[in-house]
Design a protein around this ligand. Structure first.
Ligand code: UD1
Ligand code: CA
Length: 455
């Protein structure tokens, strides 16, 4: 097998996106478009990957790191000029080079593999990956002769009426004999409607030089779609969403309404987990087996172990251990860690806090900067008062403590294990084991006084 190289074209600004963000950095299911392309090239086991950067070069390099080499295209003079920037790194290499645009996020490693095989079997100098577009507007068209042999690619803006009627499009992915690619590139010019150096012109040049040029027509146009504007971006998201959901259903996840279930590309889900509709799971979230996630839940960069139940709640950078549950309408913020079989009920917020096994936090509670032991009962409306206006302070609550409803625990403060806080207390001093703390004004009942009031 010949050595396989790849070039990702990612230097364009993406004017049609009308965005301050460079086009290839727009996300599809939580991952930048260029990262999708790179991931699939990696999956296709390509050894040498070069990314052409220009606009937003620094940001692209930061995002992709050492997974690829980089070359800089200082001025965006066209896709042919972009590939030319890889000349110093590649022109003398033997083997094959696949060129892919950074704005075609749906291509799979399998398709790249098929393209290589098609190319190798035909001993071609160039193989274009093509597809049949229901609406080919905007794409380069594949011009074939009377017997169906590929002659050249013509860009939308350079195409005559007859050529514009062609539905077979250039997906922007090609496989080249590496040395022949760079030899042909030195012959392109910018004499066209856009005044750009087109990579597509290489096809006609190789053809005229008597080289074998073929086209591998892939079956699924959707996979080949290019994203040039926000409308296409939304469609790419939809298609990727359907692909991701299909994958997880095949892996044993149940989805009540996959159409409205949004799972980012890098999320992991366990078997027999059930997702209702209108669930959003983002970032690097990992969810275990046998979980139930109800409608209205939004889970970002969190780790959820097995048999966890999440009802209409929001989780960010949080962790929930086996058998715990939350919601409806609660919020776990960064560094909230919920122990095994913990119950977090409705309208609770937890931030930077560890809650030990079997503890119950039923209703209307804020827990921030705290460590709670096991088997604690936190009553309704408890506030961990963690902020003095300048600094955050920590609260510790020992195992089997009881925190009465509507209490304030003013940090820093320690509540020992087995301590009991009476309802309505504002606790500013630490409480020892088995002590009961009560910190509220005593009740006075004034006989018949209600009669004097205007009620
Ligand atoms: C290109 C193809 C077209 C094909 C379509 C498929 C050419 C001339 N046209 O058109 O035949 O149907 O892709 O999606 O190649 N880029 C650079 N430097 C540049 C210009 C572009 O790196 O100087 C990058 C862009 O960032 C982008 C990719 O190349 O990732 C394609 O450029 P774009 O302007 O989107 O080309 P299309 O008009 O879509
Ligand atoms: Ca494009």
């Amino acid at each position: 097998m010949a050595k396989r190289n790849a070039i990702i074209l990612a230097a364009g600004k993406g004017t049609r996106m009308r965005s301050k963000l460079y086009k290839v950095l727009h996300q599809v299911c939580g991952k930048t478009m260029v990262d999708h392309v790179l991931t699939q090239l990696e999956n296709a086991k390509i050894e040498n990957i070069i990314t052409v950067v220009g606009f937003g070069a620094k940001t692209v390099e930061e995002q992709l790191g050492h997974r690829t080499h980089y070359v800089l295209q200082k001025q965006q003079l066209g896709t042919g000029d972009a590939v030319m920037q890889a000349k110093d790194l590649l022109a003398n290499e033997d083997g094959e080079t696949i060129v892919v645009s950074g704005d075609t996020p749906l291509f799979t490693a399998e398709t790249f593999e098929k393209l290589f095989q098609y190319h190798e079997q035909r001993h071609a100098a160039a193989t274009i990956l093509t597809s049949i577009a229901p609406d080919p507007t905007g794409y380069g068209r594949i011009v074939r002769n009377e017997v169906g042999i590929v002659e050249r690619i013509v860009e939308q803006k350079d195409a005559n009426v007859k050529e514009q009627a062609i539905h077979e499009i250039n997906t922007g992915v090609y496989c080249f004999d590496n040395k022949k690619l760079f030899a042909a590139l030195s012959k392109i010019n910018n004499d066209n409607a856009q005044g750009e150096y087109y990579l597509t012109d290489v096809i006609g040049i190789l053809k005229n030089a008597g080289e074998i040029v073929t086209a591998y027509k892939m079956a699924d146009f959707d996979e080949s779609m290019g994203v040039n504007d926000r409308i296409a971006l939304a469609r790419a998201n939809k298609l990727m969403q359907a692909r991701i959901n299909r994958h997880w259903m095949q892996e044993g996840v149940s989805m009540i309404d996959p159409e409205t279930t949004y799972i980012d590309a890098d999320v992991q889900l366990g078997k027999d987990t059930v997702l209702e509709g209108n669930v959003v799971i983002k970032g690097h979230t990992v969810i275990g087996n046998d979980c139930y996630i109800s409608a209205g839940s939004r889970i970002i960069d969190s780790t959820i172990h097995d048999a966890v139940k999440i009802t209409s709640s929001t989780l960010e950078d949080a962790e929930m251990h086996n058998g715990s549950d939350i919601g409806p309408n609660s919020h776990l913020r960064p560094a909230a860690e919920i122990g095994e079989n913990v119950h977090i009920g409705n309208f609770c917020e937890v931030k930077k806090a560890y809650i030990g096994a079997n503890t119950k936090v039923g209703h209307l509670t804020y827990i921030g900067n705290a460590t709670l032991g096991k088997n604690i009962n936190v009553g309704c409306g408890v506030v961990f008062v963690n902020y003095d206006g300048t600094n955050k302070h920590h609260t510790n609550v020992g195992d089997h403590a009881f925190i009465g409803s509507n209490s304030n625990l003013v940090a820093p403060v320690n509540i020992a294990q087995d301590a009991f806080i009476a309802a309505g207390s504002t606790i500013t001093d630490s409480v020892e084991q088995y002590d009961m703390a009560i910190a509220r004004a005593r009740q006075v009942n004034k006989k018949d006084y209600a009669k004097k009031l205007p009620w």
